[in-house]
Design a binder for this molecule. Structure first.
Ligand code: ATP
Length: 601
C-alpha cells in the first residue's frame, strides 16, 4: 500500500492511458475467448450440418450464434470472416495496449530517474561519504529498470493473463460446470506429480555432477601425487576409492534415468486415465443432446488455461523483486537533506575583507572524535595562507568548511562578518574557486571542461584562461584543439596537463576566494614549472587557502598555519617557523633531509 502511495505521484499523469490500456487488454482477452466459442458451430456444422448441433439441448453458445447470424446459410463463411476480424481486432488491441503500457512504464521510470538524480545532486558531501557509489547508482539505474519492467511488461501480462483466466474459466464452467469441477480437482494431482518428478530429476542431475567432480578430483590427486601414492603403497586403496565413487555415479545415473524414463509414459498414462472417463462422460452428454462443438471448445479452452495459470503463479516473484527495488528507490528519494539553506538565507554580497574561523571545532557526521579543535584563524583579503601538517592533521577538512561542504560542530565561520550558515550555498560557492589534488575532468571537450560552471562564456574568455594557465600551447597542438574530448576523467591527458586545465577552469570562474589543494604526486620539473606559473596567475588578486603537501611550495605563502591533530600549533612564515624548531621544522627536515643551512636554535 505504502509503495502504491509512493508511486502514485509519478504514475498520476499516466493513469488515463494506463486505464485505457487495461480496457484494451480486457477486450483482447474477451475476443480470444470469443474465438474459442466459434469453434463450437464449426464442429457442429461438420458433425451434424447445423451450427446448433443436432440434439435437443442444442449449442451452448446458441445465443451468440443467433446474434452473429450463424443459423442462416453460409454460416461457415461468416465464421471464417469473424475469425479473421476478431483475431485482427485482438491483435490491434494488444499492440496498442502493449505500446501504451510500455510508454507509461518508461515515462514513470524516466521521471523517477530525473527526480533521483536531482536529489542526488543536492545532497551534501557527508551524504556521499556515507553511501558507496554502487549503492547510489543501483536505485537510479537497475532498480528503476526493474520497476519499469514490472510497470509495463509484467503489469500488462498480469492484466492480460487474469482476463484470460477469468474468461476461459467462465467458458469451461459455462459449457459444463460438473466436468470443470472434476477437472480442476484432478489437475493439481497431475501438476503435483510432474513437479515432483522434475524436482527429483534436477536433484539427481546435481548429485551426478558432484560424483563426476569427485572422480576427477581423485584422478587428479593420484596423478599429481603419484610419488606419494607409490611411496606409501596406496595403489589398491586409491583404486578402491575410485571404484566406489564410480559405482555411486552409476547408481545415481540409473536413478535419474528411471525417473526421466518414467516421466513421459506416466504422464501419458495419467492423461488417458483421465481422458477415458472424460470420453465416456462426453459421449454420454452428446447422447443427451449436447453439441459436439461445445466439447471441442471445452478442450481448447482447457488448454488455453494452462498459460495464464503458469504465468500468474510465477508473477508474485517478479512483483516481489519490483517491490524490493521500489523500496530502495523511495528510501533514497526520501533520505532527508542534511545541509540545507536556512529559511530566509540571503545571498552573500561580493567578498570584502576577511574569512574568519572563531573557536571552530568539527567532527565528521556520525563520529565522536573531533577532527578540528578550537580553530581561531583570520585570513585577510589578498592573503595567501598555507595549511601545513602531517597526513590526517585536518588540513583538507579545515579548507572544506569554507565552501560549507560541512557545517562546523562548534564555533563560527564568518565571511565579512556573516556566518556561512546564514547565506545561500549557491552564492557562497559562487565566490570560491577550488583546485583539488585529484583534478576531475568530465568526458567532454576541452572547451566545456574549462568553461565548467561558466557555460555562457565566450571562446575568447576560454582561450584567455587557457593562456593564463599555460595550457593553450598544448591545446594548439591537438588536431581538434578545444573540441578534443578528453576521455573518462581526462585519461587522455597527462597529470600536469590535467592540473593546468583545472587551473584554467578556476581562472575563468574569477572567484575572489581560492582553495588550492596541492597535488601530492610529483610532476617532472618542466611540467611542475608550468603548473607553478599557472598557479601564480590564478592566485593573483585572490584570497587563497593552499593545502600544502609538499613544503617547497609554501614559500609563496604570506603566512603558514601548522596543524597538528586538529589544532593550530604554529603560525608564521617559513623562516620564523624553521627557527622555532617545532612541528614545521620537523616536517621540513623529514622532506628535505639534505638541507642543513637553515638556522636551528
Ligand atoms: P592529508 O594530508 O593526508 O590529505 P589532511 O591533513 O588533509 O590529510 P584530513 O583529510 O582533513 O587530513 O583528515 C583529517 C581526519 O579526518 C583524518 O583522521 C581522516 O581520517 C578524517 N576524515 C577525513 N575525511 C573524513 C570523512 N569524510 N569522514 C570521516 N572522517 C574523515
Amino acid at each position: 500500500m505504502s509503495q502504491a502511495r509512493n508511486l502514485f505521484p509519478f504514475t498520476r499523469p499516466y493513469l488515463p492511458l494506463l486505464a485505457a490500456a487495461v480496457l484494451l487488454l480486457t477486450f483482447s482477452g474477451l475476443l480470444e475467448a470469443l474465438i474459442v466459442t466459434l469453434l463450437e458451430p464449426v464442429f457442429n456444422l461438420w458433425s451434424s450440418g447445423s451450427a446448433a448441433g443436432s440434439g435437443p439441448a442444442g449449442a451452448r453458445f446458441g445465443f451468440l450464434q443467433n446474434w452473429l447470424g450463424l443459423e442462416e446459410d453460409g454460416a461457415l463463411v461468416r465464421i471464417a470472416l469473424f475469425l479473421v476480424l476478431f483475431s485482427f481486432l485482438k491483435g490491434v488491441f494488444l499492440y496498442l495496449a502493449d505500446n501504451w503500457m510500455a510508454y507509461c512504464g518508461h515515462s514513470v521510470v524516466a521521471s523517477l530517474r530525473k527526480r533521483l538524480y536531482q536529489r542526488l545532486l543536492d545532497h551534501s558531501l557527508a551524504f556521499y561519504a556515507r553511501h558507496p557509489t554502487g549503492q547510489l547508482m543501483a536505485p537510479v539505474i537497475s532498480d528503476t529498470e526493474r520497476l519499469q519492467d514490472a510497470v509495463s511488461k509484467k503489469l500488462a501480462d498480469f492484466v492480460r493473463q487474469s482476463v484470460l483466466l477469468v474468461a476461459f474459466l467462465g467458458l469451461v464452467f459455462y459449457i459444463d460446470w460438473k466436468l470443470s469441477l472434476v477437472t480442476f480437482l484432478l489437475a493439481p494431482v497431475v501438476l503435483g506429480i510432474t513437479t515432483l518428478l522434475g524436482r527429483k530429476v534436477r536433484r539427481l542431475a546435481w548429485l551426478s555432477q558432484q560424483k563426476i567432480s569427485d572422480l576427477s578430483q581423485t584422478l587428479q590427486e593420484t596423478i599429481t601425487g603419484q610419488r606419494i601414492v607409490k611411496a606409501f603403497g596406496m595403489q589398491r586403496y586409491e583404486e578402491e576409492r575410485f571404484r566406489e565413487t564410480a559405482d555411486q555415479l552409476v547408481r545415481v545415473e540409473m536413478k535419474s534415468v528411471r525417473y526421466t524414463a518414467l516421466s513421459s509414459p506416466l504422464m501419458e498414462f495419467l492423461g488417458y486415465l483421465l481422458f477415458a472417463p472424460f470420453l465416456l462422460y462426453v459421449s454420454h452428454q452428446i447422447g443427451q443432446g449436447v453439441s459436439v462443438g461445445a466439447f471441442v471448445s471445452f478442450i481448447v479452452a482447457l488448454f488455453k488455461l494452462y498459460d495464464p495459470i503458469r504465468k500468474l503463479s510465477q508473477m508474485h516473484l517478479h512483483f516481489q523483486q519490483a517491490s524490493a527495488s521500489s523500496n530502495r528507490i523511495f528510501e533514497l528519494l526520501q533520505t532527508p537533506f542534511d545541509l540545507l539553506d536556512r529559511p530566509g538565507a540571503r545571498p552573500l554580497p561580493p567578498f570584502g575583507d576577511e574569512i574568519r574561523f572563531e573557536r571552530v571545532s568539527f567532527a565528521y557526521p556520525g563520529q565522536e572524535r573531533p577532527v578540528l579543535r578550537g580553530i581561531d584563524l583570520r585570513i585577510g583579503r589578498g592573503e595567501i595562507v598555507a595549511l601545513v601538517g602531517a597526513s590526517g592533521a585536518g588540513k583538507s577538512t579545515l579548507a572544506s568548511l569554507v565552501p560549507r561542504f560541512y557545517d562546523v560542530t562548534e564555533g563560527r565561520l564568518l565571511i565579512d562578518g556573516r556566518d556561512v550558515r546564514d547565506v545561500t550555498q549557491e552564492s557562497l560557492r559562487a565566490q570560491i574557486a577550488i583546485v583539488s589534488q585529484d583534478t576531475f575532468l568530465f568526458n567532454d571537450t576541452l572547451r566545456n571542461n574549462i568553461a565548467y560552471g561558466r557555460q555562457d562564456c565566450s571562446m575568447e574568455e576560454v582561450e584567455g584562461a587557457a593562456r593564463a594557465a599555460y595550457i593553450d600551447d598544448f591545446i594548439g597542438t591537438l588536431p581538434r584543439g578545444y573540441d578534443t574530448v578528453v576521455g573518462e576523467r581526462g585519461q587522455r591527458l597527462s597529470g600536469g596537463q590535467r592540473q593546468r586545465i583545472a587551473i584554467a577552469r578556476a581562472i575563468l570562474k574569477r572567484a575572489p576566494i581560492l582553495i588550492l589543494d596541492e597535488a601530492t604526486s610529483a610532476l617532472d620539473s618542466a611540467s611542475e614549472q608550468l603548473v607553478q606559473k599557472a598557479l601564480e596567475n590564478l592566485m593573483r588578486d585572490c584570497t587563497t587557502v593552499v593545502i600544502a603537501h609538499r613544503l617547497s611550495t609554501v614559500r609563496m605563502a604570506h603566512r603558514i598555519v601548522v596543524l597538528d591533530e586538529g589544532r593550530i600549533v604554529e603560525t608564521g612564515d617559513h623562516e620564523q617557523l624553521i627557527a622555532r624548531a617545532g612541528v614545521y621544522q620537523y616536517l621540513y627536515r623529514m622532506q628535505h633531509p639534505d638541507e642543513s643551512g637553515t638556522p636551528v636554535p
